[in-house]
Design a protein around this ligand. Structure first.
Ligand code: HEC
Length: 113
């Protein structure tokens, strides 16, 4: 019984532990992003800038990693990510994921079954 409970608890712990990001550190690192995405990542300053508040952390980390490597091409975001470390990316992803906004994402419990 205890084992089952432990497995159930671990199953809940894994999605949040996945990113390994520190949202508090991410908030600091996100200051330069506010000029375009809005400090809340929910009020972009132009129509071509995406809403990000509440987006899944793994999606955000993948996007930032791909911009940094050049796998994903966008002159603005390639520049914004050039100096980010892997830890910066995880921290930013954790921070942005924790924000509330207008973006509708499928809840994690419906993705991981
Ligand atoms: C000068 C304006 C500007 C700044 C500053 C900026 N961004 Fe962006 N961001 C954009 C634009 C424009 C796009 C859309 C790029 C594209 O079409 O691929 C974008 C796209 C993104 C995406 C991809 C979203 C998706 O749905 O795939 C992420 C994640 C992101 N930005 C995070 C950040 C973070 C984190 C920072 C700060 C470190 C930042 N941005 C700074 C303009 C900006």
């Amino acid at each position: 019984m205890k084992t089952i409970l432990l497995i159930a608890l671990l199953a809940f712990a894994i999605p949040t532990a996945y990113a390994g990001g520190n949202a508090g550190a991410g908030a600091d690192k996100a200051k330069p992003c506010a000029a375009c995405h809005g400090a809340d990542f929910n009020t972009p300053t132009s129509a071509d800038i995406p809403l990000l508040a509440g987006q899944h952390a793994d999606y955000l980390a993948r996007a930032l990693t791909d911009y940094k490597s050049g796998e994903r091409k966008n002159a603005v975001m390639n520049g914004q990510t050039a100096k980010l470390s892997a830890q910066d990316i995880q921290d930013l992803a954790a921070h942005i994921h924790g924000l509330k906004g207008k973006l509708k994402v499928i809840p994690l419990h419906r993705l991981v079954q």
